[in-house]
Design a protein around this ligand. Sequence first.
Ligand code: SF4
Length: 320
Amino acid sequence: MSEAVTVEPGAVEPFASVLRRHGLELTRGETTALQVNVGRLCNQACRHCHLEAGPGRPEVMGPETMDEVVRFAARAGFAAVDVTGGAPELVPDILDLLAALRPHTPRLILRSNLTALRERGPEFWGRLRDLGVVIVTSFPSVSRAQTDAQRGAGVWEQSLDMLRRLNELGYGVEGTGLELDLVSNPAGAFLPPNQCRAEERFRRDLARRWGIVFSHLYSFANVPLGRYRRWLEESGNLAGYLEKLAQAFNPATVGGLMCRTQLSVAWDGVLYDCDFHLAAGLPLGGRPRHVSECEGPPPAGTPVAAADHCYACTAGSGFT
Ligand code: SF4
């Protein structure tokens, strides 16, 4: 199917229009995972952060919303619950939230930036291990210079130290059942390298040079929202980056997009199709709906809002 499309100079074809041209629709499949965004508080203020998280951010999930989230998880019985932020490790009561979610899902994930996790100390790490929490950490590069440029001076050294400590606890070590995944994303206005090749390189370099092991590596494109979008604008890279993403549109990624199987709940309890729509202020179904109002996740076939930042999820091998 083809359709004539007029696009203003410097802009990209609207994402909804590119979907139509390929005869595709963005609708939910079965929603099997809940992502819980516990806030924007973070000890870092990375250039690529789509949520503009940082040390001064007051938005964190309180105990009442945590209770509502746990009740929702219990009602819906998600195959996975994925706790993210900001830096979730810094949120008061986070261990209580994880412990309360534990009985309601077979796969409980905590996203960590490693330096915040390091601040919490051995008792906290031991609790995560005892709860069998999967740890997914941001570790953008095996290069010290690149990591520090993206995340701040000293971050690389501290991250490496934390990975070592997690390995000592059994995380990432074959046979322990304790999963440790790394997430890498580019430091500039370009797309990530091939994921399989990047994983091989990280595995080889981290093991050979620092004796560190991990379970999986995911490499994702940065999403042109929040602080990253501002950086793209200020550095004159926005139009070029959007064009790169749009040119790399891969229709084969649409069936596996995370918004087809995941639901995102923000620190104030409002539901979104995904964490990027949360950052962009596009609530699920077009109006703010609180998690306490929902019996279960939206049924299969419910439309997902298509926005131009969706190009970041469909570029190359995609963001699934
Ligand atoms: S930003 Fe990505 S995950 Fe969110 S709705 Fe768009 S394609 Fe789906």
